[in-house]
Design a protein around this ligand. Structure first.
Ligand code: SF4
Ligand code: ZN
Length: 305
């Protein structure tokens, strides 16, 4: 943990009273990393000799995941495992490069290997060129990114993919599925998704119990190089609307997000239908239908040109 707690010694001020409240950075870092550690141990996210591929966008969540897993990886008291990072350049001008720069800088600083991939290399499209064919740019973006991450992780023999999903992301996803009546997706929630097909690399979410605001605070307090920019397509998504709603309501009803998370955790006991995965008849990737979402998306793009 010490390698991430070097610089911040500013104090927080209580504006109402004019009293200086010391922000104890070391205590904050310790609590945050304990939270992540407990999720990893309680849910058995990392096993002996695992190779964990970290999905690294360069945003605050993925960069915290990188630092947290790196600190465990070099901790002699923890089990042996290895990490590698994968970045995906979606092709979003004036946005993505900042994240990629942060991914490069953080992996260099920690000595972690970074594998750089892109939509352009894999599919020959930039998101900027195809987003308008869809209701939201996030639709092809999520499908292509999942495809690239899974394929890359599978090719290098990774045992798991670690994503930066935090508590806020998880309840947003939960409410999105809820509002769509898509209870089947509930099986994709939780800090660890099991391997349901030999070619589908399981996912883990070490930040599952960490609030988004704490991730931001960690990055600022420790002078971590991340990109804070908002994706130009994010406002088109249902997620963004639900996020705005939750943030607004949390101000009026503090604790609302944690209450939703608690209700959500209870729902894990509901038996979820395990998907019977096939392989896509066009590309061979695992999928629940005859043709995978990636191939369907490519077809939409080709028909829209
Ligand atoms: S906000 Fe949407 S379009 Fe932008 S990077 Fe995220 S998923 Fe892709
Ligand atoms: Zn396919």
């Amino acid at each position: 943990m010490d390698n991430i707690s070097k610089s911040f010694s500013k104090n927080k001020f209580n504006k109402n009273k004019g009293i200086e409240n010391k922000f104890n950075k070391n205590k904050f870092n310790e609590d945050l990393f304990s939270n992540i550690y407990n999720t990893i141990v309680d849910y058995n996210l990392i096993e002996e000799n695992d190779l964990i591929a970290i999905a690294l966008s360069g945003g605050k969540d993925s960069v915290l995941t990188l630092h947290a897993l790196n600190s465990l990886q070099i901790d002699k008291n923890f089990i042996d495992f290895d990490i590698v990072a994968i970045s995906v350049d979606e092709g979003i001008d004036h946005y993505r490069q900042h994240g990629l720069d942060a991914a490069i800088e953080n992996t260099n600083e920690l000595g972690v290997e970074l594998i750089q991939t892109s939509f352009k290399d894999s599919f020959n499209y930039k998101l900027d060129d195809i987003h308008s064919y869809f209701k939201s740019g996030c639709i092809p973006c999520g499908i292509f990114r999942r495809n690239i991450l899974n394929k890359t992780a599978y090719e290098i023999g990774a045992d798991k993919i670690a994503t930066g999903h935090n508590l806020d992301d998880e309840i947003q996803s939960f409410l999105m599925s809820f509002s769509r009546g898509d209870t089947f997706k509930f099986s994709k929630f939780g800090p660890k998704l099991n391997r349901i097909h030999p070619k589908l690399v399981p996912r883990i979410k070490p930040l599952w119990n960490v609030k988004e605001k704490d991730v931001g605070m960690w990055a600022i307090a420790n002078n971590i190089n991340i990109h804070f920019d908002e994706c130009p397509y994010s406002s088109e998504s249902l997620r963004s609307k639900i996020k705005g709603f939750l943030n607004k309501e949390e101000v009026n009803n503090p604790g609302l997000k944690e209450n939703i998370m608690e209700s959500f955790k209870k729902s894990f006991n509901i038996e979820t239908k395990i998907a019977n995965l096939n392989e896509c008849k066009l590309c061979g990737e695992p999928c629940s239908a005859d043709v995978c979402k990636t191939c369907e998306t490519i077809k939409i793009i080709e028909n829209s040109k």
